[in-house]
Design a protein around this ligand. Sequence first.
Ligand SMILES: C[S@@+](CC[C@H](N)C(=O)[O-])C[C@H]1O[C@@H](n2cnc3c(N)ncnc32)[C@H](O)[C@@H]1O
Length: 403
Amino acid sequence: MSKREEPIKSKPLSGSFSDLARITGIEEEELRRWAKGGLLERVEASSPPIYRFENYERFLPNKKHTQADQPRVVSFFSGCGGLDLGFENAGFELGYANDFFLDACLSYSENIGPIDPRPIQKVKVQDTGVANVLLAGFPCQPFSNAGARRGVSDPRGTLFWETLKFVDELNPEIVVFENVRGLLSMKNPDGNHLIDAIELEVQRRGYEVGHRLINTSDYGVPQNRYRVIIVGIRTDLGKGPFNFDSIARELPESVGDIISKPVSPNDPNNEHWQLSPQAVDLIKYIPEGGSWKSVPYDQLPERLKRIRDNMKRYHSPNFFRRFGRNEIMGTITAAATPENSGILHPIEARRYTVREVARFQTFPETYSFKGKSIAAKYKQIGNAVPPEFARRLAVALREHVGF
Ligand SMILES: C[S@@+](CC[C@H](N)C(=O)[O-])C[C@H]1O[C@@H](n2cnc3c(N)ncnc32)[C@H](O)[C@@H]1O
C-alpha cells in the first residue's frame, strides 16, 4: 500500500443547516441527506436545530490540489473502495473519489481517505483535480429514448454520459469502466448493442478502446465473479490498445481455505445478518455443496413450489446455493439473500459474516465496513470490484503506459 498523508484534524463545524451550507458551499438539501446518513450529528434540538459536522475534511471536496508524485486517480462510483484500493496498492495516488451511497462513503473515508458524497451530477471538474486515470463503475441503464428518436445510440442523460463529461474535461491517459456481464447483451432502443455505443463514444474522444469479460477467479480472487472491464488508452501516447492478457493470473483458494483462517475476536465485522425463520427451516435440507433442489417438495413455500412445478419456464434456477468447502465461491451479490446468492455457510446454519464475504472479495482483514444497517455492509461489499483483481489490472496498466 502506498503511503498516505493523514489529513490534519480540524475543529468540528457546527451550526444550523443554513450556517453549514454557507460555510461548506454544500446545498442545504444535500446536508440534510448527509445528516440522515449519519455524517452530521444533531447536537441541539433548538429551532433551527444545530448540527455538528465532525470529520468534514473527509467529505468536502478539496479545492487545493497538490501535484501528485505518482499517477493520480480520479474515481467515480467508488463505493466502499474495492477498485480504488487495488489501484492504490499498485502505487497510484487516489486524488478524488465520489459516491452518493452514504454508508459506503463512511467505509471509504475510514479505510482509504476523503470521498465526496454528492451525486455525480453535482460534481464540477474543479472539485476533482487532474486525472491520469479515471475510474468509473457506472450503473447501467440503456441509453435514453432520445436515441430512438434520433435513430442512433444516444447516451445523453445517463450516468455514463455524466462520466464522459469528465473524460472530456480531464483528458486522462487511462479510463477504466467496470460493469456487470449483462452489459454485453444490453441493447439501446435503436437495437444497437450498448457496449458498442460506449466504446464509440470513448474512441471519439481520442482513445484506443477494448473490453474483456473476465472471471475474477482467474486472477487469484477466491470467487467466480464475471465482470466486463472496458479500458481506454489515450491514442496520442502511441502505446496501442491495452492487452488484457497482460494481467497476471493465479489460481484461487477454495471456500474451505477462506473460512478456515482465524478471525480476530475483536473484529467488529465478525457479525452476520440473521436468516429468517423460513430460511432456517429450508436450509436444514440443503447439504454442503447443494441447493434448494434437495428440499422436499412439501417443505417448500408456495412461491417456490410454483417454480419447482415449471422448472423449464423459470430456466432451472439454482436458489439457496450452498457452496462446499472444496469449491470456488460463487458471486457475492449486493442483496445477500440466501435465495439468490451463495451467502450460506457450508456447515453452519447461517449467512456468512461480513468479514467472510469481504475475504471472498479480497479486502484486507483490517478493512472495516461501516453503515447504519448490517444489510448496508453486505451491499457495499457485494458491489465492489475485488481489490486483488483491481491491483493486478492496475499493475498491467502501469506497465502498458509506462507510468
Ligand atoms: C458497482 S458500485 C461501485 C463499486 C466500487 N467501484 C468498488 O469497487 O467498490 C456502483 C456505485 O455507484 C453509485 N452511484 C449510483 N448512482 C450514482 C450517482 N448518481 N452519483 C454517485 N454515485 C452513484 C452507487 O452508490 C454504487 O456504490
